[in-house]
Design a protein around this ligand. Structure first.
Ligand code: ACM
Length: 573
């Protein structure tokens, strides 16, 4: 990331004006939340925070939600999580895993037994047929249902709750998992407590009927583990926060000037030398194969795909420290490198030994990564002629393809995008001239993830005086993070935008507590842009829903920043 003077470009100002107009339109009710049927529609800008929680209080806002007139759903000593009878043995094993996760999450705060059962009882059968078809069906039913409309998609679900039963149906186990996150949010915030607590009003959720599915297939967050290293356990904590908001991709920035963070057999210097530094002079670190596999497993169990990034050919000082012979441009800084300048380092693009190294690291990371993507970076390369740069990206992309993965690159790689090259471009720096490159790349078949720095970079300061973070892309308060549309930021053909991602760079962040202060409350804003239908976009309602999340984060032990643009309940707010 470049260190540039703070201040907004003309383009950013233009976006800001457009965003203001959109938000005013929302305020006048032109963008009414779809997150409500009749009862949940209410007054624009008002979310009723009394009583059991309804679909109108969920983040990200569901596609449609109605509140019934029947009794609220309530957890009791009889509540079990029941696995429906449909699905292959593999699917049912996945659903059982989700059921166990949910039961465990509910047991800790409530102290209730919450058994998990896949016994095909009359109760399950009747719940699968709909609670109205008779028979007691206490519990939370998770059941595949291929009769749901195809538009429900791979992550959509239906959730009906009332009385003793909550019933989640989906076409896939992933959809059921997303539905369980909604159920958690429908329950009182104390449900996130790791220890037994009381819930004023009981463990209730309103009687609801929610139908939901994501707007975009790709909803990501990135963690930079290169500038400061975070352990596998710390990354798992990060994943917990993402999973709550239905984020489905974890991008790990595994290499940069300050450190290389993953073991590669046959290339021991990458870690014995390249992993020993980080910003500020602390020791750094790296993931063993077992660590990385554990992160992947933990992410998979929450239906997140890990997208590993090896940033090439710039941002490579740690590689050059390990392999000084690849520094044919005299670009390396003395090791350990603990500063935060960017754009100086460069792998030798004309030396075949460079491509032998990239093949080794790509093959290994591809081998350990079940997801379809491998990110090759490609940003901020300042010392390579454009033709040489394009040729480098083309060759490395071919290695990624040969390793069985789709190459992803920052928007600078647009010139190398297309068949056999970079398939997914991550838009971040919004330079006007690059919009055309992006359009041309889309014309050649690439898709785009939107990560405009002035909106989604969660390491940007909330305001100029904020103690953590940087401000080269301006400041990003919660309103700015929320108030834009990934589909229209750049004029691209329909379907070009695969999704949205919030990167968290860590030049100034060295502890999980600091990550939390930058992540929350802005992550839910980006998550809602990625998941919720555009018609649900509504800042006045969003900030109210967000304010309620504070109690949830308190219960979970997550840190967050009480930003003044959010109407937190309680004294002083
Ligand atoms: C970036 O922020 N350099 C992708």
């Amino acid at each position: 990331m470049p260190i540039r003077p703070a201040g907004r470009s003309a383009r950013t100002s233009r976006l800001l004006i457009i965003a203001v107009v959109l938000v005013l339109a929302a305020g006048f009710g032109l963008h009414r939340a779809l997150g409500g049927g009749e009862e949940d529609g209410g007054h624009p800008g008002f979310v009723d925070q009394a009583g059991p929680r309804t679909g109108a209080r969920i983040i990200p806002a569901p596609l449609s939600a109605t509140t019934g007139t029947g009794p609220s759903f309530e957890l009791s000593a009889q509540t079990a999580v029941r696995i429906g009878a449909t699905g292959t043995p593999e699917q049912r094993a996945e659903i059982r895993r989700t059921a166990e996760q949910l039961a465990e999450a509910l047991r800790r705060p409530t102290g209730l037994p919450i058994a998990v059962t896949d016994a095909v009882t009359d109760a399950v059968k009747s719940a699968e047929q709909g609670a109205e078809s008779g028979g007691p069906a206490d519990g939370i039913v998770l059941a595949l249902d291929l009769a749901l409309p195809e538009e429900t998609g791979p992550e959509g679900y239906r959730l009906t709750a009332g009385g003793a039963t909550a019933r989640i149906t989906a076409r896939t186990p992933a959809g059921l998992y997303r539905g369980t996150q909604t159920l958690r949010q429908l329950l009182p915030p104390q449900i996130e407590s790791r220890t037994p607590v009381a819930a004023p009003g009981g463990w209730q959720a309103a009687a609801v009927d929610i139908t939901d599915r994501p707007r975009y297939a790709y909803r990501g967050a990135m963690l930079d583990v290169a500038r400061h290293f975070f352990t596998a356990d710390e990354v798992k904590g990060f994943i917990d926060r993402l999973a709550l908001y239905k984020v489905n991709h974890l991008h790990l920035h595994l290499s940069d000037d300050q450190g290389w963070r993953i073991a590669v057999p046959g290339r021991p210097e990458l870690t014995s030398v390249g992993a020993t530094s980080e910003v500020g002079g602390t020791p750094g670190g790296f993931y063993t194969e077992a660590d990385y596999r554990e992160i992947v497993r933990y992410a998979q169990e929450r239906y997140l795909t890990v997208v590993p990034e090896l940033d090439l050919p710039g941002h490579s000082n740690a590689i050059l420290a390990a392999y000084p012979e690849l520094d044919c441009n005299d670009s390396a800084r003395p090791w350990p490198y603990t500063g935060i300048e960017v754009g100086f380092s460069l792998l030798c693009a004309k030396d075949e030994r460079t491509y032998a190294l990239t093949a080794d690291v790509i093959d290994e990371v591809a081998r350990l990564t079940p997801g379809p993507y491998l990110h090759l970076g490609g940003d901020e390369v300042r010392k390579l002629a454009p033709e040489d740069y394009r040729e480098f990206v083309r060759r490395v992309s071919a290695q990624v393809v040969a390793a069985g993965k789709i190459p992803v690159g920052w928007n600078q790689t647009a010139s190398a995008a297309g068949p056999g090259g970079v398939g997914l471009l991550q838009y971040w720096d919004g330079k006007g001239a690059r919009d055309q490159d992006l359009k041309d790349a889309v014309g050649r078949g690439a898709q785009v993830i939107m990560s405009p720095a002035g909106r989604t970079y969660l390491d940007m300061k909330y305001e100029a005086s904020y103690p953590l973070g940087l401000s080269w892309a301006g400041t990003v308060d919660v309103w700015s993070a929320y108030s834009w549309d990934p589909d229209t930021l750049v004029a691209l053909p329909p379907g070009a935008v695969l999704g949205v991602e919030a990167p968290l760079w860590t030049e100034t962040l060295s502890t999980p507590a600091e990550l939390d202060r930058m992540l929350l409350p802005r992550l839910p804003a980006i998550a809602e842009l990625g998941w919720s239908d555009r018609s649900a976009h509504d800042w006045p309602r969003f900030r109210q829903r967000l304010a309620e999340e504070g109690a949830r984060w308190d219960a979970a032990g997550f840190g967050y920043e009480k930003r003044p643009e959010v109407p937190w309940p309680g004294p002083g707010h």
